[in-house]
Design a protein around this ligand. Structure first.
Ligand SMILES: *Cc1c(COP(=O)(O)O)cnc(C)c1O
Length: 411
């Protein structure tokens, strides 16, 4: 029995019009405004179908072939397919596809390798480290001694000499490389050398670039890091979730760190959807997509610079751009507000200097919609207009015209 998305929507509307209206509103919002959040994307209808499947009903604590529940024959098949596709896609020996989110994947990586009180060297939160990289508001900052490295205030780039000096001074048990806002490729080999020198584990938190890695558009951390944590819903275009990749020597520790140490039953429908996304990412169309995401980001960064924004590091190697809109007379939060009013959705972020916040944007979603470099130039124009005080309703209409030509789920 298969329920199409349309039929599922009809069923929901008949039973619960209040929630159907809310979901329709969200569908409209996504289709008529520009999704430039660097962390978001549009999953395929096939991924959505797996997410809305009856595997959502299934409890399957444990791992394929060793479950604490009965009736897991299809759950086992789904998880094995997800594992096999992930290991093939990333050329890695082991994949744990159960983490509920990117943060759960990081938690599991720490649980596999560290003890409470251990010292960890990671990018400081003021420079683009994630909450799980030592925020006092997060388990990581409470349970571990985090030391933060920064980026060069002038260039915005990681200063590998500073990382090495901090590693020598603090002798961390693990070094974390990865960020929520770093627009350039990380030199995983440099991190590996530093980790080896001080006897630290190397954990790559590749939540952002993992989709580009899958498409061959960014270097892979797999040959260098002991454990790699990632999300499946950013550039990779899968369902909201996480995964942990590692060599065979860490497989058992990672698996025990996910279940039973940090999670109970895995979300089997999400695991099926992850498998669908890995299958999509293995094909040539996704390779073209990943390269186009980067080409679009480069074009957009150049166009934003031409309109006067101060683009951090002068550009990007990835899907992600950070910029200081101050030259246009607004700070990051004000820019986000003005752009949102004009139908352009993005996030604020830390900047490598001072206390003011900048903006962070990405091209994963608009590229999925089929937009290319001419549209990036138009987006930059709308952007500068909105920040320069252009009429928000007029920009909204121009945005709706543009997104109408590139509907996320077809016409
Ligand atoms: C997005 C992200 C995460 C967390 O992912 P969630 O699914 O939101 O928990 C962790 N680390 C980095 C570097 C990220 O960019």
């Amino acid at each position: 029995m298969s329920v199409t998305t349309e039929r599922a929507t009809d069923v929901l509307r008949a039973q619960d019009p209040q929630m159907a209206d809310i979901l329709d509103g969200e569908r409209q919002r996504q289709a008529t405004t520009l999704q430039l959040s660097a962390a978001e994307n549009f999953t395929s209808p096939a991924v959505l179908a797996a997410l809305g499947s009856p595997l959502a009903n299934k409890y399957a604590e444990g791992y394929p072939g060793a479950r604490h529940h009965g009736g897991c024959e299809y759950a086992d098949l789904a998880e094995r397919v997800a594992q096999e596709r992930a290991t093939a896609l990333f050329g890695v020996e082991h994949a744990n596809v159960q983490p509920h989110s990117g943060s759960s994947a990081v938690l599991a990586a720490y649980a596999a390798l560290l003890r409470p009180g251990d010292t960890v060297l990671a990018m400081g939160l003021a420079y683009g480290g994630h909450l799980t990289h030592g925020s006092p508001a997060n388990f990581s900052g409470r349970w571990f001694e985090f030391v933060g490295y920064g980026v060069d205030a002038e260039s915005g780039l990681v200063d590998y000499e500073q990382v090495q000096q901090l590693a020598r001074a603090h002798r961390p048990k693990a070094i974390v490389c990865g960020s929520i806002s770093y627009p350039r490729h990380l030199e995983y080999s440099a991190f590996r050398e530093i980790a080896d020198e001080v006897g630290a584990y190397l954990i790559a938190d590749a939540a952002h670039p993992i989709g580009l890695v899958a498409g061959g558009a960014a270097p892979s951390p797999v040959p260098y890091a002991d454990v790699i944590c990632a999300t499946t819903h950013k550039v990779l275009r899968g369902p909201r979730g996480g995964m942990v990749l590692c060599g065979a020597e860490f497989a058992e520790r990672v698996d025990r760190a996910v279940f039973p140490f940090t999670q109970g039953g895995a979300q089997m429908h999400t695991i099926a959807a992850k498998a669908v996304a890995f299958g999509e990412a293995a094909g040539p169309a996704f390779t073209r997509y990943a390269h186009k995401v980067v080409a679009n980001a480069r074009a957009l960064a150049a166009a934003l610079r031409a309109h006067g924004l101060a683009v951090t590091t002068g550009g990007t190697d990835t899907h992600l751009i950070t910029a200081d809109p101050a030259p246009l007379g607004v700070d990051g939060p004000a820019a986000r507000g003005r752009l949102a009013a004009a139908g352009i959705v993005l996030d604020t972020c830390a900047l490598p200097y001072g206390d003011q916040r900048g903006i962070r944007l990405g091209t994963a979603a608009v590229t999925t919609q089929g937009m290319g470099e001419p549209e990036m130039a138009l987006i930059a124009e709308l952007f500068a207009g909105a920040l320069g005080g252009a009429d928000a309703a007029g920009t909204r209409a121009a945005v709706a015209e543009l997104t109408g030509r590139f509907p996320p789920y077809g016409a």
